[in-house]
Design a protein around this ligand. Structure first.
Ligand code: MV4
Length: 448
């Protein structure tokens, strides 16, 4: 086992990883930007080093600065968390060159799955169902003809995409060419790669993702699904497990497809396979996320498995002790992301000092956060300041527990979306679990 790990991240996820290390008797090294001197992860780690100015490119994305700290402090591994450098194959490769274990899959697998069009082709060839569409658009006229055949609406996606950039939904043929060109231009400037591909845009579907764990001995186990259909502009707001509309036989097939996807690319460590699920119970592969996800606590509650500790153990060469038949999905977990933004003012980011903080408690109520009373939220980073997760025997009880916990949560000094989440939980479409990917945009049209 490692004796010392560097955490290449900030905020609640850095704190989450430090806690896992503390339980495992592993020393922790934090890195931080000049704007984060007062951040919680800096205080909780055994050692902390400033790696540069506030802007991400000068600090948390500065690969050599981070590696230098890891080498100088004698770290054997780096945990990248989510976002930032977590899906950067060049960073994972640099770690390997410096003899530091990157806690995640091999860089070649990150690169392969990071090219979404290549991932799609790989999965199709392996027999995993994919959304009807067209691999890499090279000839716009031919792509337009294909779009007319599969029928509008269609969606143009950047191959190197992420965070919703380089995506265009096209409702009618006359908009097609412009959508391809602007999506490609946007992807080129954001990712340095303008490659785009085409899919039929499915409406009335759920966004269901499967969590997999793969050890370096070749065992791949699926920890069930999360329903992530409650999204706005590519930002998830509420996630839950299990997915209400996923029938047991379909779940079994989808879990098998997720395991097949991972095995096809010799995947190791923690990963997520994203699918769309339609009302006829067809499911389609969309993409694979080669990292720990924000919403992992939902899976931890329904499986009883600490996935962050397993990421570390697997990276250290341990075999995963659970077989597929040992994994029992029990009860119901819901997560609400708490963002410092004004939901009634076009989701304007809200910064400033937390003047009053009360964190809800009680059995099976978890609040993952890096804020504390009097902490000043810096304006440079993500607006997510916490995650409220609850667990109960059944979904009705879980919803009530979440509503009570949201009411108990007090964050003063900044605007948050906590009230919006409470309002969504009270909607009939949420209560019966029938909500789909198009729900939130519709709901927000009349929300003021
Ligand atoms: C889709 C889709 C429907 N059809 N692709 C991809 C990235 C993810 N963050 C959202 N994505 C989607 N891809 C096809 N072919 C539906 C979504 C989607 C979504 C789209 C618009 C508004 C809210 C959404 C919520 C979840 C998923």
């Amino acid at each position: 086992m490692f004796s010392k790990i560097l955490i290449a991240n900030r905020g609640e996820i850095a704190v989450r990883i430090i806690r896992a290390c503390n339980e495992m008797g592993i020393h922790t090294v934090a890195v931080y930007s000049e704007a984060d001197a007062e951040a919680l992860h800096v205080n909780l780690a055994d050692e902390s080093y400033c790696i540069g100015p506030a802007l991400l490119k000068d600090s948390y994305l500065n690969m050599t600065a981070i590696i230098d700290v890891a080498i100088a402090t004698g770290c054997q591994a780096i945990h990248p968390g989510y976002g930032l450098l977590s899906e950067n194959p060049r960073f994972a490769e640099l770690c390997e060159k410096c003899n530091i274990k990157f806690i995640g899959p091999h860089w070649s697998v990150i690169a392969k799955m990071g090219d979404k069009d290549e991932a799609r082709r790989t999965m199709k060839a392996a027999g995993v169902p994919v959304v009807p569409g067209l691999d890499e658009i090279t000839d716009i006229a031919a792509a337009k003809k294909f779009a007319a055949e599969i029928g509008y609406p269609v969606i143009v996606k950047a191959s190197a995409g992420g965070g919703g950039r380089g995506i265009r939904i096209v409702q009618k043929e006359e908009d097609f060419e412009n959508a391809v060109l602007t999506a490609s231009a946007e992807a080129k400037s954001a990712f340095g790669n303008g490659k785009v591909y085409l899919e039929k845009f499915l409406t009335d579907v759920k966004h269901v993702e499967m969590q997999i764990v793969a050890d370096e001995q070749g065992n791949v186990v699926c920890l069930g699904e999360r329903d992530c259909s409650m999204q706005r502009k590519n930002q998830k707001l509420i996630e839950e497990s299990p997915c209400v509309t996923l029938k047991p036989d379909v779940r079994k097939k989808m879990m098998e497809a997720a395991v097949l996807a991972a095995k096809t690319v010799n995947y190791t460590n923690l990963g997520t396979i994203e699918f769309l699920l339609d009302r006829q119970n067809n499911f389609y592969f969309m993409e694979m996320n080669t990292r720990l996800q924000v919403e992992h606590p939902v899976t931890e509650y329904v499986t009883g498995i600490d996935v962050v500790k397993w990421q570390i153990r697997i990276a250290a060469g341990m075999a995963f002790i659970y077989k597929q038949e040992d994994v029992r999905l029990r009860g119901c977990a819901i997560e609400c992301r708490i963002n410092s933004e004004d939901a009634r003012n076009n989701f304007r980011p809200s910064c400033g000092r937390i003047s009053l903080l009360h964190i809800p408690g009680g059995p099976w109520v978890r609040f993952d956060t890096a804020i504390y009373q009097d902490y000043r939220i810096p304006p440079y980073y993500d607006s997510m300041i916490g995650k409220l997760i609850v667990y109960a025997r059944d979904r009705t009880e879980a919803i009530r527990k979440m509503q009570a916990a949201l009411c108990e949560l007090v964050i003063e000094g900044v605007h948050t979306n906590a009230e919006l989440s409470g309002d969504i939980l009270a909607q009939p479409e949420f209560k019966d679990g029938s909500y789909c990917t198009n729900f939130l945009d519709k709901f927000l049209k009349n929300y003021h």
